[in-house]
Design a protein around this ligand. Sequence first.
Ligand code: ZN
Length: 296
Amino acid sequence: MKKLFPLLLICLAGSAAYAQIDSALLMKDLQILSSDKMEGRKTGTRGNRMAQLYLLQRFREVGIKPFNNTYEQSFFFSRGEQRIMGTNIYGYVKGNVDSFIVISAHYDHLGIKTPANGTDSIYNGADDNASGVGALLAIAKYYKDHRPHHGLIFAAFDAEEMGLQGSKAFVAELPVSAEQILLNINMDMVSHNDKRELYVCGTSLYPELKTYVIPAAARSSILMPMGHDKPEDGSQNWVNQSDHFEFHQKKIPFLYFGVEDHPDYHQPSDEFSRINPSFYYQAVSSILMVIQEADK
Ligand SMILES: [Zn+2]
């Protein structure tokens, strides 16, 4: 793997149509966030705090601006008897107009679990959802260098795995008014699919958003089917499955990007070595193309 990796990056960088995303940095962020050092990033743990510190450093490096001098939004919620504190990390890149697109991904995951008769397992959450956070940072870096028309808010949510708690807290106390937010782009699991399929969920609820997806999908080198958003999809209806749901509840339109469940989903094996680097890079580039369409 070590020897193949530089070669792979050269191949990725050679794909001119996707020269906009820094592939080396994208992989590095995913690798660091899903490393054992981050201990599975469970809300309220040391590993989660380490992920926060890493994100704060990366937000500063990228040049994302804080609202009111802070990137952090702390919030509290109850789980049974427990009172838990979570922390969202968010900021913005200035646009030409006073309306915004919120680009989001949750950074928490399941932490370390100890089976009855075994050794501790770290749930690294490489695809779920270090991949979405890596994408968020790469897209922010792109827009720092290419000023957007709309303001872009970048939000890394905590405590998604405990019931969308971070996004719930965020929409309850938005940094701008809800009327100023045009759209939420949410990314959760975007790096691991053997069929090269990245689903776009939300267009059956907000059909006007298809005009952003169709041209991007036409130029993409992966498949971008729309779906998983109708009542008849049953358990495969993803409308309430990640943080975009809280925006939908506030009547803010959303597009959610994610892959179908794979054998590593919510397993200790969801680690860096299991992602598809080429698919991941093309998925992030394709999401960027959708945002470019929406930002026109
Ligand atoms: Zn997730």
